[in-house]
Design a protein around this ligand. Structure first.
Ligand code: AHM
Ligand code: MG
Length: 345
């Protein structure tokens, strides 16, 4: 066996977290939150793998606040995430794709971190055993927005939670995702590069497999739901047409790859290069993806890997959310590819 270099490939996730704490890149409280998230991801990975055996495929019979049918595993994964974060005692406010409003964690008076997440993204893929993922971002609490259970009424608690959560992505302390696929891979940044950890099921631990991930500056793969083409703007249609004749430099046409699972499509994009896009269209001017717990964390990861995250006209991380479940058009990946798209918008 090859001995793991400190902080390099082979380092267990929990060890890496402790090293980050010793190097003062994160404090002890954030270290606890990060290891709690690792635990949630392991639990969800196990549920996803056994979904077809344990009667966990199909719909839960409810819709979330955004009018989307919730799958059984959406609801269960949300409970897993909420529970580990509550029990960690370090999180003050949590906001989830599956919750109507951000929730203050009553048990944890000292917990000052705000965690936003999509517990199981791409869950339309579950019943066919195709890749899904969890996405999260972590902010520091604004001390003026910490709810006081003793004196605030419930409307005020909710208002403070919303204010606490509606921070621009540029404030993110940490962003990450976990992909449930042929292997389970956790990718994370704390603002010092991007690291990937693959779950070793024989020991039940994430082990660093990707050190300091960098997205190639260019890449000839595009990942869009082209079924929406007729509803796109003329600029976007021209862009899409141009990829089929080789894009900016001509030559070989781009390859199309679309799983319909942001985490899987994004993971391939940062490893191989290229662009992922969910544009606005005539029916949904802001597209489909949510700023807070999908686009902002993915943009932080992309930028930390040397790539770009854009709405087509602006940097995603600069946008201050007005609403928790706000949607934005989203283009992410290799910096030259995103810049080329922007030249058409
Ligand atoms: P979800 O959060 O309800 O799972 O929706 C988000 C997913 C993304 O993972 C994926 O990129 C996109 O929706 C696919 O949408 P579409 O089926 O419209 O192409
Ligand atoms: Mg989602």
């Amino acid at each position: 066996a090859v001995a793991a270099r400190a902080g390099g490939v082979g380092t267990p996730y929990t060890t890496w977290i402790l090293q980050q704490e010793m190097q003062e890149n994160i404090d002890g409280e954030l270290a606890v939150v990060l290891s709690s998230i690792g635990l949630a991801c392991k639990q969800i990975a196990s549920l996803v793998q056994r979904a077809g055996l344990a009667g966990m495929t199909g719909l839960a019979g409810e819709q979330n606040v955004q009018g989307e049918d919730q799958k059984k595993l959406d609801v269960i994964s949300n409970d897993v995430f909420c529970n580990v974060l509550r029990q960690s005692g370090r999180t003050g406010v949590i906001a989830s794709e599956e919750e109507d409003v951000p929730v203050a964690v009553e048990e944890t008076y000292g917990g000052n971190y705000v965690v936003v997440f999509d517990p199981l993204d791409g869950s339309s893929n579950i019943d066919a055993a195709v890749s899904t993922g969890s996405i999260w971002g972590i902010y520091e609490s604004d001390s003026s927005c910490i709810p006081d259970f003793g004196s605030d009424d419930s409307a005020k608690v909710e208002e403070k939670c919303v204010m606490n959560v509606c921070q621009p992505g540029s404030n993110l302390l940490c962003a990450g995702y976990c992909m449930y696929s042929s292997s389970t891979i956790l990718v994370i940044t704390i603002g010092q590069g991007v690291f990937g950890f693959t779950l070793d099921p024989t020991v039940g631990e994430f082990i660093m497999s990707h050190e300091n991930i960098k997205v190639p500056d260019s890449g000839k793969i595009y990942s869009f739901n082209e079924g929406n083409y007729a509803m796109w703007s003329d600029g976007l249609k021209k862009y899409m047409d141009s990829l089929k004749t080789g894009g900016k430099d001509g030559g070989k046409p781009y390859s199309a790859r679309y799983i319909g699972s942001l985490v899987g499509d994004f993971h391939r994009t940062i490893l191989y290069g290229g662009i992922y896009g969910y544009p606005g269209d005539a029916k949904n001017p802001n597209g489909k993806l949510r700023l807070l717990y999908e686009c902002a964390p993915m943009s932080m990861i992309a930028e930390q890997a040397g790539g770009k995250g854009s709405t087509g006209v602006a940097r995603v991380l600069d946008i201050v959310p007005e609403k928790v479940h706000q949607r934005v058009p989203f283009f992410v990946g290799s910096k030259n590819e995103v810049a080329y798209l922007e030249s058409f918008m």
